[in-house]
Design a protein around this ligand. Structure first.
Ligand code: HSE
Length: 303
């Protein structure tokens, strides 16, 4: 039987001041094996702790996305049998819903024969998500900058080299929904503030391009678009940042909408810091994560 195997990475969004625009793919994955369902009904088998409690029938989010994509192109989405494994914890700011969204689009692309390119899949993913910062790196890999124009319904993206730093994720045991973390943000900013934070963001990107991680890190920690409004939702954020800075980190910032906290640090210093974070913040899992370079991948196998 022909089976489609997908491996779809996690992602971290914002990188401090790149709110809703900048994201980076990480080597944690949603892995899926899918084939046509014999009884024409959707069946999901979830493996591992992170997918516990998700529906195992057509009410699944992934079915919804696949149907939405096929309807847009006036095609039929066949029902599938899916086996899914994930090491991306849910509602932690590591792009688990973007990886599910991209999975739904890849399934539609293959099984409804849409023949969409990665560029077209990105357009569709951003139209659904509303911003490209998780879906773009999930599809393409690496560090991606993007902008979605809702009036034109169009997304443009650009890339820069992945930073030559070690990345530590400090993942709290509690969840924080993106919805809740977006509700605390202000509706509008004064022009003066918008100019300030976009200048900081510009400088951050230029510093990353020049591999000047001291300056990039300094800029990442001057965000004014989301972190000041969200930090109270992550009680350990301030102390994690303190410990990281004492250990020589370049920057510590909220991953996506949180509650995961991400740290960029020199390779020589990362081991000592990850152990210190693990010792000090027992209600969090601190781990070194590598950056994914190539984004979502698929292969067809005969099982
Ligand atoms: N940029 C988004 C946010 C990422 O911070 O709310 C999560 O969707």
């Amino acid at each position: 039987m022909k089976t489609l195997k997908l491996k779809v990475p996690a992602s971290t969004a914002n990188l401090g001041v790149g709110f809703d625009s900048i994201g980076m793919a990480l080597d944690k994955y949603l892995e899926v094996e899918a084939h046509l369902s014999a009884d024409e009904k959707w069946h999901f088998e979830h493996i591992g702790p992170h997918l516990l409690g998700l529906p195992n029938d057509e009410t699944h989010y992934i079915t919804n996305i696949a149907n939405r994509a096929t309807e847009k192109f006036n095609k039929e989405m066949p029902a599938l049998n899916l086996k899914m494994f994930s090491d991306i914890p849910l509602a932690r700011g590591l792009g688990s819903s973007a990886s599910a969204l991209v999975t739904g689009l890849y399934l539609a692309n293959h099984f409804a024969n849409l023949k969409l390119s990665k560029y077209e899949l990105l357009q569709l993913a951003t139209e659904i998500e509303g911003h490209p910062d998780n879906v773009a790196p999930t599809i393409y890999g690496g560090l991606v900058l993007g902008v979605y124009d809702p009036e034109l319904n169009h997304t443009d993206v650009s890339y820069i080299d992945i930073p030559k730093v070690d990345v530590i994720a400090t993942i709290p045991e509690y969840e924080l929904s993106t919805e809740k973390a977006r509700k605390v943000l202000p509706e509008t900013l004064f022009l003066k503030e918008a100019v300030k934070y976009s200048a900081i963001s510009n400088t951050m990107i230029s510093a990353l391009i020049q591999h000047n991680y001291e300056l990039a890190g300094k800029m990442m920690m001057k965000d004014g678009f989301h972190e000041p409004y969200r930090q109270h939702l992550i009680p350990d954020f301030h102390n994690i940042k303190q410990v990281a800075i004492e250990h020589g980190a370049y920057a510590t910032f909220i991953s996506g909408a949180g509650p995961t906290v991400l740290t960029f640090i020199k390779k020589e210093l990362s081991g000592k810091l990850v152990r210190a974070l693990q010792d000090e913040f027992k209600n969090c899992e601190s781990e070194l994560v590598t950056i994914n370079r190539f984004g979502a991948s698929q292969e067809i196998i005969n099982l």
